[in-house]
Design a protein around this ligand. Structure first.
Ligand code: OGA
Ligand code: ZN
Ligand code: ZN
Length: 367
């Protein structure tokens, strides 16, 4: 085990588990970082045991004489030099990236009856969303507003200006191309919102039109390919904020974000890509040139057939997908045909929480 004496004192003390430092009822910290004494240092260290008898190390601190007892298992897992810390599940490091061939015969899917009745099946389905970016539920009741009940199995519906749910069908006066029979190329939804809805659901009620097939592209995989093939273009797309906008008679939304969002360590974390709602960039000409070359390059890459998983939604299918990672598409369809999906938005932090609790309960045999 790495040496306890070499642990940064403020870090170690901030993690003291004693009941004066953390409320035993909820584990929440009871002090402010500013309340720790100046010149804090480890005074003495000795072997000890925790209240439930596990091997531990006891630190007595100077200058205030506070005592901290750290379980050895905790130290082994957390001291600097211990195995890498897990991420929060949202960056490329925590994902299984895919192309169409990689998923060919193992699309993550679950039957609604099993999903509803069996916590292990539900956990596997939600794991699909976290790791692969989506799951396809089959046999979901073909019922008006059922999509909201699907969302409520793992989280909370995100209501927007489109309502609690949105109808994807041909409309007479569409405020969005989605509500026509037009082909829609791979895109993420609602990039003009901040925060963007992190999950989308599409529930198929009818799909009797000619055309209207679905496609999904792993945007993290595509961005990683761009990084490998054209690092400069990738860099531009992570840096240039794009003015996304949506307006109709009642709404005027805007969010300025890059097409490829990265975390502070440079890992891919969020894709926003939607040609329908990119506004006018107003930047020096050299930046516009570089952005447009990179945007086009990424756009071409996203249209590579080998990246797109093609399938057809049939009544009772409900797709749940990560709208910060996957791009979705549909082929054109005959407007005379009958095609009706109901869509809703929700958030992936809630799904991840539901999954974590399910996993915990399954491990403890509680469900
Ligand atoms: C949408 C959309 C896909 C479809 O409504 O945002 O992309 O299959 N629809 O109609
Ligand atoms: Zn303490
Ligand atoms: Zn869409």
């Amino acid at each position: 085990m790495p040496s306890l004496a070499s642990a940064p004192p403020l870090w170690l003390r901030d993690n003291c588990p004693c009941p004066d430092c953390r409320d035993p009822r909820n584990g929440q910290k009871l002090f402010q970082i500013t309340e720790l004494p100046a010149g804090l240092a480890v005074g003495t260290v000795q072997d000890a045991t925790t209240e439930d008898g596990a091997p531990a190390r006891e630190v007595v601190w100077t200058p205030d004489g506070h005592r901290s007892v750290y379980p050895e298992t905790w130290l082994g897992a957390h001291l600097p030099g211990a195995p890498a810390a897990p991420g929060d599940g949202r960056t490329e490091d925590d994902k299984h990236l895919w192309d169409a061939a990689g998923l060919a015969d193992r699309i993550p899917e679950a039957d609604w009856a099993a999903y509803s009745a069996d916590p292990a099946a539900r956990a596997d389905a939600l794991e699909g969303v976290m790791r692969l970016g989506f799951v396809l539920l089959r046999g979901v009741p073909v019922r008006d507003r059922q999509v909201l009940d699907v969302a409520r199995t793992f989280g909370f519906v995100r209501e927007t200006n489109y309502g609690e749910l949105f109808e994807v069908r041909v409309e007479a006066d569409p405020n969005n191309l989605a509500f026509t029979g037009a082909r829609i190329t791979p895109h993420t939804d609602n990039p003009y919102r901040d925060p963007v809805p992190t999950l989308q659901l599409l529930h198929c009620l009818t799909n009797a039109a000619r055309g209207g097939d679905s496609g999904l592209v792993d945007g993290f995989h595509a961005a990683a390919l761009l990084r490998a093939e054209d690092p400069e273009a990738y860099d531009v797309l992570t840096r240039v904020p794009v003015p996304f906008a949506f307006a109709d008679a009642h709404t005027d939304l805007r969010a300025h974000r890059p097409l490829i969002g990265t975390d502070p360590a440079g890992r891919i974390r969020e894709i926003r890509f939607n040609n329908r709602s990119i506004g006018t960039l107003r930047r020096p000409a050299a930046i516009l040139d570089a952005f447009y070359a990179a945007y086009r390059r990424f756009g071409e890459l996203l249209l590579r057939p080998e990246l797109q998983l093609d399938f057809r939604l049939t009544p009772g299918d409900c797709l749940i997908f990560d709208n910060t990672r996957l791009l979705h598409a549909r082929t054109a369809f005959a407007e005379s045909g009958d095609r009706h999906l109901q869509g809703a938005y929700a958030d992936i932090d809630g799904l991840a929480s539901t999954l974590a609790v399910l996993r915990r309960d399954l491990q403890e045999g509680a469900v």
